[in-house]
Each structure stands twice: as structure tokens, then as C-alpha cells.
Design a protein around this ligand. Structure first.
Ligand SMILES: C[S@@+](CC[C@H](N)C(=O)[O-])C[C@H]1O[C@@H](n2cnc3c(N)ncnc32)[C@H](O)[C@@H]1O
Length: 402
């Protein structure tokens, strides 16, 4: 039995820059279960073959993972698989924690941000691939996509929300269009998801986005998303859900679930119950460094007063510990204004990164990024895991192997 941490030291698996696809190939290879699944990664890990760990003969075993005999000494090791999924725009793996808990096995992950990749590797023992466009750009053929991304049952993605200038264009036309046209919209990451869907045809798509995706760009963004997914032959169900009865945070998000088998009658779970109080997740002893400075506190108050007089904008309020917190956003680390914890005889304090992790339902064993500002940003971008878990449970029913 070999520990992942030993392999990590031996092969220097450490995210130092974003474009380290070699490490992504190696770690994905180590996670792959069968020969078929690792076919796309195998060629890229030749360098490591016969260096002690990976023997040429093992590569030919149909279920070579058992022969590698790896001990995954990371907080969230791969699980015995009921279904497979890919984790796109993976962040720090909020989807992955929920889906693994449901018995899913991740076969591919992609995340462009270096710090998020570092957190991901520390927790799952896998370095995500970087820019998804390396797999989906228009120089890459369908056949290549098919070979590079393993087959999977579920595609998970909390994709960045960007405007669409393509309302009214059909998916089929879009995907078959010339370069010039694509270039106008090459920044739009939804189309990268679509490209993968078109080639890989997963059984289900599980997407998450901001609350106002529905009203974004006068509703054009959402109707384009719905139309394009339906044109690829999928059903399209969506629901706006507030997480506050599952975690003590008001986080209202749009969730979309799309099945290839359109006969499936999917229903979102009923998520109801009393809002949870913020006091439940607070740490007992918090270092003074989290207390905001006089200057910042004064600034918040001055801005609030001006905004109040004008009747517009944000007014700072201390958090009510009996109620859920406001939504934690990526910029929270800057001034903490979304949630300031009152303290006796001192300025209020920011939440700690661990408290932010709890607000998103991350388990205690989750390893935080060592830089606080990166950790705050990562939790602000992440999903509320218990919501993903509940929706995932309703999806899972339909993924039982025939
Ligand atoms: C809203 S966050 C998703 C977070 C994730 N659901 C989680 O639980 O942590 C979107 C992520 O997409 C990543 N991203 C943006 N552009 C990307 C690209 N071209 N390729 C891969 N990832 C990208 C961002 O760095 C960000 O972490």
C-alpha cells in the first residue's frame, strides 16, 4: 500500500502555476478506475512509468486501480462508485463533496484559478485541469474531446454568469458555426459546457448559478440557456432555492437539472424549515486580527449615513446572531461588510475563513487555503453543499445502473 502523500512528495505534486497539466494528468490517472477510463491520461504519464510506482504491466490491467493499491490520505478520498461525474468550474470542490457523499466518483475536474487548485488538491488528491477552453476551443475536434474527457453520468458546473449576445441562435447552429462568429463569444463559458454535452452526452446536467440568472439581460440569458439545452435533447428543470434552512446563510441561487431521458419526471426537493441562526457556526476564540480597524469601521458608518440620507445603496448593519447571515460573496475579504459580528467593547469582527466554510456547509475536516484572502474568496464563490446534496439525492434515483 502506498500513501498518496508519499507519491505527492516523490513526484512533487504541488500547484505552482496554473498551467501544470502534467500534474493534472498524473493525479487524474491515479484516480482513474479502469483501463478504459485512463486511456486519455495514460499517454501523458509515460514519464512516470517504471519510476517505481506505475509499472507498464499495471497500465494494461482492466481495473488497474486495485493493483496500484493507493491509500488516499486526503480528507475526501475517492469513493466506491455508483455513478461518475465531472466537476467543471470546480472551485474548491463544493459539488464534489456532495456528489462523493452520494457515492459518485469524479473522473475529470477543471478550475483555472491557481489558489483554488491548491485547495482542491489538498482535499481530494487531484490537481484540476486549468482553462476548460484547452478542451473545448474550436481547434479541438469532437473526437479529441471524446478521447480527452472520460465518459460520465453527470456533468456538474457552477459556471460564471456572463451576458449572451446570441439570443435566438439555435444550439445546433451555434455549435456548427464558423470561427469568426465564435470569436465574438469565445469568452462565454456556458458554450464550453454545451460543447462537452454535445460530445459526451452525459445522462444529467446539474448546474448552479446566481439568483438573477433568470432576469439577467432582460431574461435573454436564461431563455438562451434553456433553449440550447433543450435543443441538445435534454429536459430542463430549474428552481431558485434559499439555503437558509440548511445552513445559517441566506444564499439564494438558481439550480438547473437537465436529463437526457426526457421521460424522467424530476422533482426538486422541498427545502423548507426555520432559518438557522448564525450563532450556531461561530468559533469560540477568534484572534484579534479579525476585528476590523477603526478606520474601516468609521468608513462603513460614514458611507451608510450618506447612503441613508440619499435613500440609496448599502447601509452597514451588524449581524443578528439569531438569524442567518447575508450571502457571503467573493469580495467579503476586502471589508467584511456583508457580515460583521458584534463584539463587546470593541469594533465588530469579520467571520473567520472556517466560519465561512461552515456557512457553506463544508465539513470540519476540509483543509483551508493558507492565505486568508484566498480562502474567503473561495468560499464566497462556492456552493452551499447541503443544497447540492439534497438536489443530488433526487437526481441519484435516476442514475441507478441498468
Ligand atoms: C462560481 S465559481 C464555482 C465554484 C464551485 N462551484 C465551488 O463549489 O467551489 C466559478 C469558477 O470558475 C472558474 N473559472 C472561470 N473561468 C474558467 C475557465 N476558463 N476554465 C476553468 N475554470 C474557470 C473560476 O476560477 C471559479 O472558481
Amino acid at each position: 500500500m502506498v500513501n498518496y502523500s508519499d507519491i505527492k512528495n516523490k513526484y512533487k505534486i504541488e500547484v505552482k502555476k496554473t498551467a501544470q497539466s502534467e500534474l493534472a494528468y498524473l493525479t487524474h490517472f491515479l484516480h482513474a478506475e479502469s483501463k478504459i477510463e485512463n486511456e486519455g491520461y495514460k499517454a501523458k504519464v509515460k514519464k512516470y512509468v517504471n519510476e517505481g510506482l506505475i509499472q507498464e504491466s499495471i497500465l494494461e490491467e482492466p481495473y488497474f486501480q486495485q493493483k496500484l493499491n493507493l491509500n488516499w490520505d486526503v480528507p475526501f478520498p475517492p469513493v466506491k462508485s455508483d455513478f461518475t461525474f465531472i466537476d467543471l468550474f470546480a472551485g474548491i470542490g463544493g459539488f464534489r463533496i456532495a456528489l462523493q457523499k452520494l457515492g459518485g466518483r469524479c473522473v475529470f475536474s477543471s478550475e483555472i484559478d491557481k489558489a483554488a487548485q491548491q485547495t482542491y488538491e489538498a482535499n481530494f488528491g487531484e490537481v484540476p485541469f486549468g482553462d476548460i477552453k484547452e478542451f473545448t476551443s474550436y481547434e479541438i475536434s469532437d473526437l479529441e474531446i471524446d478521447q480527452m474527457i472520460p465518459d460520465h453520468d453527470l456533468l456538474a458546473a457552477g459556471f460564471p454568469c456572463q451576458p449572451f449576445s446570441l439570443a435566438g441562435v439555435s444550439a445546433r447552429n451555434f455549435l456548427g458555426m464558423s470561427h469568426g462568429f465564435h470569436d465574438q463569444d469565445q469568452g462565454n463559458l456556458f458554450f464550453d459546457i454545451l460543447r462537452i454535452v454535445k460530445v459526451k452526452r452525459p445522462k444529467v446536467l446539474f448546474l448552479e448559478n446566481v439568483r438573477n440568472l433568470k432576469s439577467h439581460d432582460n431574461g435573454k440569458t436564461f431563455s438562451t440557456i434553456e433553449m440550447m439545452i433543450k435543443e441538445l435533447g435534454y429536459s430542463f428543470d430549474w428552481k431558485i432555492i434559499n439555503s437558509e434552512s440548511l445552513v445559517p446563510q441566506r444564499r439564494v441561487r438558481t439550480y438547473m437539472v437537465c436529463f437526457l431521458n426526457q421521460k424522467i419526471n424530476f422533482e426538486f426537493p422541498e427545502i423548507s424549515g426555520d432559518p438557522l441562526p448564525l450563532k450556531n457556526i461561530l468559533e469560540e476564540k477568534v484572534p484579534e486580527t479579525f476585528t476590523i480597524s477603526d478606520k474601516l469601521w468609521q468608513g462603513h458608518q460614514n458611507r451608510s449615513r450618506r447612503n441613508k440620507e440619499r435613500g440609496t445603496g448599502f447601509t452597514v448593519k451588524l449581524a443578528d446572531l439569531e438569524k442567518p447571515s447575508n450571502t457571503i460573496v467573493a469580495r467579503y475579504y476586502k471589508d467584511g461588510k456583508e457580515c460583521l459580528i458584534p463584539q463587546e467593547n470593541s469594533n465588530p469582527r469579520k467571520l473567520t475563513p472556517r466560519e465561512c466554510a461552515r456557512l457553506q456547509g463544508f465539513p470540519e475536516e476540509f483543509i483551508l487555503h493558507p492565505s486568508n484572502s484566498s480562502a474567503y474568496k473561495q468560499f464566497g464563490n462556492s456552493v452551499a453543499i447541503p443544497v447540492i446534496f439534497k438536489i443530488g439525492k433526487n437526481i441519484q434515483k435516476f442514475l441507478v445502473k441498468e
